[in-house]
Design a protein around this ligand. Sequence first.
Ligand code: ZN
Length: 290
Amino acid sequence: MSLKHLVLGTMVWAAAVTGLRSEEPPLRALIVDGQNNHDWRGTTPLLKQPLEESGLFAVDVATSPPGGQDLSGFRPPFQDYDVIVMNYNGGLWPEPTQRDLEQYMADGGGMVVVHAANNAFPNWGAYNEMIGLGGWGGRNEKSGPWVYWEDGQIVRDTSPGRGGAHGRQFPVEVTIREPDHPITRGLPERFVLGVEELYDRLRGPAKNMTVLATSYSPKETGGSGREEPVLMTIRYGEGRVFHTVFGHGPAQHKYAGFIVTLQRGAEWAATGDVTQPVPDDLPIPGPAGT
Ligand code: ZN
């Protein structure tokens, strides 16, 4: 066989390998569930599907033992993944699992916090630094300030009060506050999310946190009367966290605004950048409100 044939053969082989690899998603995501006061069995598939459909993620699921059972054997291999998607609100993890997550994030890991995952672990300090803001579980002014948006900036209200509340569900609209972040770049300044349970009065350390978007919580539906943070990023060590307060149930996971921000937030948490095209089908608020 001549040298020319050898080289050609190598190129064909390399092309075949490249072709195979291009069909494999470049990133790995791990959804953590198993305990939640919400319908995690219904929502985990609706987290998995859009991440896979982005073409960016191969997705695994780590399901903890049910509430009240021994969690000492629950130790997901966080370090094998580019992003951890938290769909968990339940019993405190054993110490080694807590340290694993802290190390993974400090070393540059990625995390996505979905809805009631910000209710979890009220007394685990590092987790609260990762999520920035949380609610319930006895959270109050000792957990950190109530963070809301007023007159074009973040307000950190340290006055006493509960951490975490919500009124009745209503048609929620989203206003982007950081249009130059990779997650929000190119999205409409305002879009309609859909009927959702909007958290308010969330409290937490709120360190190294950027509020990407807010939603108005009307007093008429039992809310706070404030522009509440709804999409956030937090830096924890070298790690990146994308936190969405949305995703109460399966119905909310089907909204375009939820899916798009989940996909973009997960990519940013995993890589620090967003390469996905901006969708052109996000519903825009009508002149009379929608
Ligand atoms: Zn909820």
